[in-house]
Design a protein around this ligand. Sequence first.
Ligand code: SF4
Length: 913
Amino acid sequence: MNIPIIPETANSVRTTCPYCGVGCGVRATVHANGTTDISGDTQHPANAGRLCVKGSALDETIGRDGRLLYPHMRDSITGNLRRTSWDQALDTVAQGFSDIIKRHGPDAVAFYVSGQLLTEDYYIANKLMKGYIGSANIDTNSRLCMSSAVAGHKRAFGADLVPVCYEDLELADLVVLTGSNTAWCHPVLFQRIAKIRETRPAMKLVVIDPRRTATCELADLHLPVRAGTDVWLFNGLLHYLSQHGKTDAAFVAAHTNGLDEALATAAASSADPLTVAKICKVDVRDLLAFYELFASTEKVVSAFSQGVNQSSAGTDKVNSIINCHLLSGRIGRPGMGPFSITGQPNAMGGREVGGLANMLAAHMDLDNPAHRQTVQTFWNAPRIADKPGLKAVDLFHAIEQGKVKAVWIMATNPVVSLPDADQVQRALAQCELVVVSDITEKTDTNACAHVLLPALGWGEKDGTVTNSERRISRQRPFLPPPGEARADWQILCDVAQRMGFDGFRYQSVHEIFDEHARLTARDNTATNSGKQPRLLNLSGLCGMGKARFDAMQPVQWPVMPAAHDEPRGTQRLFTDHHFAHPDGRARFIPTAPRTPKNMPDQDYPLSLNTGRVRDQWHTMTRSGKSPKLNNHISESFIDMHPQDALLCGVREGGLARVSSPWGAMVARVQHGGGIPRGSIFVPIHWNNQSASDARIGAVVNPVVDPVSGEPEFKHTPVRVEEFPVSWHGFILSRHDLALGEIAHWSRIQGRALTRYELAGRNQIGHHGQWARQLFGIHDPDADWLEYEDKTAGMYRAVHIRDDRIESCLFLSPRPDLPSRTWLASLFAKDLLEEADRIGLLIGQPIEKGIDTGPTICSCFGVGRNTICDIIRQQNITSVTQVTSCLKAGGNCGSCVPEIKKLLELTMAEATES
Ligand code: SF4
């Protein structure tokens, strides 16, 4: 694709989205008044100008509100964090780490880093820990999302290699999405698939997922497999392909090993489709339809994500999928191959530089003495780690056991995101030295820090990231550093130098990238002993000066030198059918299926599945700042089947407590319609800053895959019980409020207001007094609207100042309270009209159509009621018609599956009536 390159201008910068692994190009334009416009970069091959709603709302997340601007240290007398100088903070970190290493050895310290770091930050952290401190105790939150894919790739291909590219999803005749709600979690990739299907209707989409997610709305076939049974299903497919002669015998004979054992294992568990269907809890006709479709379609891409990886059998699941591609020879050619879609923006960049505890750097291995020699010599390092370090879950156990005495956490929030998250909190509470680098002042993890270091955020930092298709892109700064924040690599280098280490004197980030690129090329040739060169090779990017680094275009590795200036990237791997194992052959891996380690029982009868929602990211430290994103799903929820809810004694809209042997959380019950009996789904995002008790990580079992160390986030036995309260309510206020003791609360950032959802156990004696005290109103003549029905337990109060609504409070014994969307719209008015005042008193708008309902299309702010009304009024029958009337779905398209569902529901209602 020849795309003209638009040069950077002083106020317009091409950079990369910091959220998911799609790695979309973003154009950020800063205006003289300080505002920033965000748009999709039309020149970036990942998205060609598209952005999902999270990317589009980036401008709402880059303000200074809530930022950590200065170094802080915990005061030993008061126990509070207090501002300090960089010198003092860095000396404390360097001294603390050095002392502990001296007393207890290098394995007594650790780094826990993040897929949010840039490759250059990751490179320095890994170099410091493995080459200078001499331990491999550096692990990353990428362990939580894709380490099973890494392990599966290494077993099958010999190295962590993703064979395909995004274009293959468009060239395929069949796309199989397993354990991936692509429509919500990788929206731009999903839009690429949806778009191409408009021009090629014969292209098929199969979704394999226990839940009926938004992704299923566009699927030809949905297989709602029982959680944890994927290996049975893909073993059955392997057996089916073999039995029906749908194999590429020549490819298998020339380029693979291990088929017989893999086939025997598959046959032992999955020879009979009826048995497989029963185990997987799917209709056998659907199962066979999928097998037949896969067998008869040459161009198949099998994409998978956290639903596959986050399992105690995650690596086997990955290999069971890859086995089917190897048997059919569907790899290394356009439109086909297994495809791990990464969760984070730089999960792959971190893997390139060895950011996992069981990797070295540049795809070299810790257990290979020649590799260790290469890296140590290249770094001129005093030592080199020679054994794997502690993986994420084990690391926090080792901290609690006192084996690891100092930990430096960078750009991640493990007190929220790790399984058995209360254990993480306990571990940090007793750790000798906890250092946290972050961009946000208040997080659940920062609350445990002894030293808090302000890092640069998106829009401020400079470096590279690698997306799911191996494409390296630049993240470029367009904002000045806020306060005293510094780049993560700079902070690491400052500490390294204070610890007395050479090798960390970089003037600019491009020097680090160059060093990383040169390491990938170091000793990277095939040897006479038949060994394969490492495919991660960036020789074509070595020696770039600052100007070329700044102008670097997105490029897929391997990148080899080219005759002319532009380095040559590589679209897809294994086109020559040479793999990275020493003999050049891929491996079939026998995958004997096994159930999740902890199964539901009498005490914990339901299976908990966790995941993301469309408009939030990780622990909401950034996306939670955006009013646009908060409008879609504002509170945490427990999605469950109505019959299970009945059995548990909980109701839709009410609060419930989810508990497991590891911990508990509280959220609102909903029936989304996509959950099978016996399961519940709870999102991962909410935390102690955004709600009183909504950390689902505390509930998740700390079981991990034995090969990859990835936790089993998709399956924890739990029970659900009513969370009894005597009243429900909410507040909208232009000012932050101190709520005091309330049984349950959620805090939601709106546009020019903060919303609090409340529920209490204690009866409020005098509602009026309580409300005035909460709002800080002492003037008896304040403009104050109030309604109370003591018998019904209803109370409403509104504080108005200069004819503008200042705050409002609604209380009821039931959770069905007035529309927040309508009330929030009143905050945008400079002058409340009489009709608004009446509406406020009666608790509903008196004008029809004013209440737009919960947001469906975040890009254009279109609500559910508006969409349903237009469908009814104009007898609309297609999403395109909805879009042409309301614009909804016409920008990023993330809401198209939800509009489609509303269309079906509304049309069905109309037919019934
Ligand atoms: S799909 Fe959305 S979140 Fe992911 S990189 Fe693109 S814009 Fe960002």
